[in-house]
Design a protein around this ligand. Structure first.
Ligand code: SF4
Length: 343
């Protein structure tokens, strides 16, 4: 399946025909060329990293109501951005999007650059997001390669070796398949095709417009492709410390640093069970579990009665916890404590 980028493969034509008829009309999507508002592409691409279209829908609408322009987003406080992101997870994306908006306003006069190297220098934008932005916002020939594309290409070609060992071949095939005359629509089409037809489980091969070109379908190997070698997640047992003062308030602090949860509020916790303050605590017997990208965390919840923990943070009423942006892990912990009547 090799052709120069200017040669149209029959699979590409069929895919675009299918898209013209069945492609999803999404709030952030423009069909038929470059998006008239590249800011919509920027926000949606950040939100869609690791999150489904169905989940992103209402968040995108609220975000756009609050920050209708890139200048509005650049001017917003961290707190406001995090609170509108709360629940989408992967908060580092919100932080990076906010920083990126500030840079675009400060250095590019509020105009998203249509240059790959400049895009790659912006926080939170890697090769995939840069290619998506170039395709969708500017209708540039910039082949996108994500899990959907890898799956479709491996099945079309019948490639049953681990994907990590053939990424160059997959990228070449993705380049060959991308339509140079309609790059924006093609990028949307391959995403929709992977989400609606060539799905990870039970793909709709019987009605698939590409089945005559699909080696995996002809060989009966669809269920085995793609072959993705999974890294085993590291298991950790951590401990969270719910510090309560005599007034029944809870001690929270804002997480610093650059990690996944930076900027969010939490009760002090460690992922190795190490103590955070020098005061005796009581094991509540409650545990919450959460899966991060590479870690499976089990968190034991301990209560400490203390009026002056001696670390940075503040006491707040349990009723006010909802006013502070927190991670899904903390939401699980607070909900478990509430159910047990402990806060
Ligand atoms: S025939 Fe099946 S496996 Fe092949 S591209 Fe279509 S949906 Fe995917």
């Amino acid at each position: 399946m090799h052709a120069s980028p200017m040669t149209q493969l029959p699979e590409t034509n069929l895919l675009l025909k299918w898209f013209d008829k069945y492609g999803r009309r999404l709030p952030w999507r423009h069909i038929g060329g470059a998006h008239p508002n590249p800011y919509h592409v920027l926000v949606s691409e950040f939100m869609l990293q690791q999150t489904t279209v169905a989940t992103v829908g209402p968040y995108f609408a609220r975000f756009m109501d609050a920050f209708p322009t890139i200048n509005a987003l650049g001017d917003a406080t961290d707190e406001r951005v995090y609170s509108l992101w709360a629940g989408l997870g992967y908060y580092s994306r919100a932080r990076s999007l906010h920083k990126t908006a500030k840079i675009i306003v400060g250095e590019y006069g509020g105009m998203l650059p249509d240059d790959r190297d400049k895009l790659l220098k912006l926080p939170g934008i890697g090769p995939y997001t840069a290619a998506s932005i170039l395709s969708l916002a500017f209708n540039r020939y910039a082949p996108v390669v994500d899990g959907n594309v890898v799956r479709v290409i491996c099945r079309l070609n019948g490639w049953d070796m681990p994907t990590s060992t053939i990424m160059d071949r997959i990228r070449d095939a993705a380049r060959d398949m991308t339509d140079p005359t309609r790059p924006a629509d093609y990028a949307s089409a391959i995403m929709d095709f992977g989400a609606m037809v060539c799905t990870p489980k039970n793909p709709a091969c019987d009605t698939c417009p590409l089945r005559d070109y699909c080696v995996a379908h002809q060989n009966g190997t669809v269920d085995r492709i793609p072959v993705i070698l999974k890294l085993k997640k590291k298991e950790k047992i951590g401990r969270a410390y719910v510090i309560k003062n005599r007034g029944g308030q809870i001690f929270i602090r804002r997480r610093t640093g650059r990690g996944l949860l930076a900027g969010l509020y939490e009760v002090p916790w460690t992922d190795d069970g190490a103590p955070v303050i020098d005061a005796p605590g009581t094991d509540t017997g409650i545990i919450v579990t959460h899966t991060f990208t590479h870690i499976q965390l089990t968190l034991e919840l301990h209560i400490i009665e203390c009026d002056a923990p001696g670390i940075d943070g503040m006491f707040v009423s349990p009723d006010d916890l909802g006013a502070y942006p927190t991670s899904t892990l903390m939401k699980k912990a607070f909900a478990a404590l509430c159910r047990a009547g402990m806060i």
